[in-house]
Design a protein around this ligand. Structure first.
Ligand code: 2YJ
Ligand code: MG
Length: 265
């Protein structure tokens, strides 16, 4: 898994606003609306406690501060605990947090203590970026390509299958690919078949995973993967719309996935 760097988190609010505009233009809806529809939940003034975690490679400069900025941008109140780790957890509970957010190098979770729902960043990131891709207003079919079947790509592919899309997938690890074919019912993307896609979910930590042979005349690349998988040259040559942002979109998805259900309201 890619570890975020303080550099990735610089100008987070700029990136966030830019991507919110792009999402509206390419799907016709705001990111919040998309999450509301996807999870059938809405927020209810939850108070969010964010805990810096020193395990593994330790604190990432700006990480918890960025989470707080996101929570506040969203209209919720929150705080970063002064203490780290277990002491931070204790502090968050004492301060009456409703939602706890914390991450080590393997897992980034949000836990709603009111309703016991828990979200992982990888699953919610896969779901929301696949939703964005699937809602592309210029899509020419229900075919969609998923590049990379790690935790994020796999979750995105599963979500798209559930939504009734024709999911094609590729991954350099043939065991992982075979398992997605069996477990999810995705089809293998074969380069030589010359199939072109107007919707792509790219979920890899690699550069240049997208080649010009894959993309239709007009195409949306939805990608949480840093660095960007679209080579600049290819992006310039075709009419490619791109949603790519390091933290905000995944975090909004995590929050909506643990908010209260609004179906019975
Ligand atoms: O509390 C801290 O500052 C650190 N323990 C944060 C660690 C953040 N975790 C990661 O960067 C993980 N690789 C997951 C991030 C997924 C973002 N899409
Ligand atoms: Mg990438």
């Amino acid at each position: 898994m890619t570890r975020l760097t303080p550099n990735d988190l610089e100008n987070l609010l700029d990136k966030l606003h830019r991507n919110e505009e792009i999402i509206k233009r390419v799907t016709g809806k705001s990111i919040k609306k998309i999450c509301e529809e996807t999870f059938s939940t809405s927020h209810n003034s939850e108070f969010v406690g964010i805990i810096p975690i020193t395990a593994g490679d330790g604190i990432i400069g700006n990480f918890t501060a960025s989470l707080l900025a996101i929570v506040e941008h969203f209209g919720l109140k929150g705080f970063v605990t002064e203490n780290y780790d277990i002491s931070g957890y204790h502090e968050a509970i004492k301060k009456k947090a409703d939602i706890i957010m914390m991450a080590d190098d393997q897992m980034f979770v949000a836990h709603n203590l009111r309703n016991r729902k828990i979200a992982t960043n990888h699953e919610c990131t896969g779901i929301v970026y696949s939703e964005i891709a699937a809602r592309y207003v210029y899509a020419n079919s229900k075919d969609i390509l998923v590049i990379g079947l790690g935790r994020v790509g796999f979750s995105g592919a599963a979500h798209l299958i559930k939504k009734g899309f024709n999911v094609y997938a590729c991954d350099p690890n043939s065991k992982v690919l075979d398992s997605a074919v069996q477990k999810l019912g995705v089809q293998k993307y074969e380069k030589n078949k010359n199939k072109k896609f107007s919707m792509i979910l790219e979920a890899t930590p690699c550069e240049k995973t997208i080649s010009s042979g894959m993309i239709a005349e007009r195409c949306l690349v939805s990608t949480p993967g840093i660095p960007c998988g679209l080579p600049e040259k290819v992006g310039r040559k075709y009419d490619v719309d791109m949603v790519m942002e390091p933290l905000y979109i995944g975090v909004v998805s995590m929050l909506y996935s643990i908010f209260e259900d609004n179906r019975n309201l």
